[in-house]
Design a protein around this ligand. Structure first.
Ligand code: S3P
Length: 172
């Protein structure tokens, strides 16, 4: 264990990180923090606007700074943006910040779950989602303490099964 001891959800866009984190936090009376929403509030811009004005590089810098700041926060449930695992520095930070749960989803199911793809700059056509997920799969696995396959499961099923798993391991 470490100082911060957060419960952290990672995974591809559409894996359900934000919803699952919020629902488990509510069930357990914990605080949930959604990284993308925090960055939007801090910047006073939406994610697509941050990408437009600062580029992906600017967005990644914001993401990294925020992840670093989590070491000073009280224990919470954190949902990260899908690209948080891109840099080795972030992957090392994740390890230090708590227990990392990778919510696995296929690219096909992820895309079908995203109701507003225009809010995801990386789904705007440069790299097909299948390829992007393939590029990242190993990085998600490397960063994760626990991998949970969400394919074919409803939000309620994921919340129940992940909660039970984490309770059994003494994490929740
Ligand atoms: C990104 C995922 C998004 C958001 C940004 C970049 C990515 O978050 O951080 O658009 O690189 O996969 P979600 O995974 O919550 O959609």
């Amino acid at each position: 264990m470490n100082q911060a001891d957060h419960l952290i959800f990672i995974g591809f866009m559409g894996s359900g990180k934000s919803t699952i984190a919020r629902k488990i936090a509510r069930l357990k009376g914990m605080t949930s923090v959604d990284m993308d929403r925090f960055l939007e509030q801090e910047a006073g811009m939406t994610i697509p606007q941050i990408f437009e004005t600062e580029g992906e590089e600017g967005f990644r810098a914001r993401e990294h700074a925020f992840l670093k700041s989590m070491a000073q926060r009280d224990r919470c449930i954190l949902s990260c943006g899908g690209g948080i695992i891109n840099s080795p520095e972030n992957r090392a930070l994740l390890k230090d910040l708590g227990t990392v749960v990778y919510l696995e989803v296929s690219a096909q199911e992820a895309v079908s779950r995203i109701s507003r793809p225009e809010t995801r700059p990386l789904l705007q056509g440069k790299i097909p989602p299948e390829e992007l997920l393939e590029q990242r799969r190993e990085l998600y696995e490397e960063a994760a303490d626990i991998t949970f396959d969400t394919n074919g499961l409803s939000v309620g099923q994921v919340v129940r099964q992940v909660s039970i798993l984490l309770e059994r391991r003494g994490i929740l």
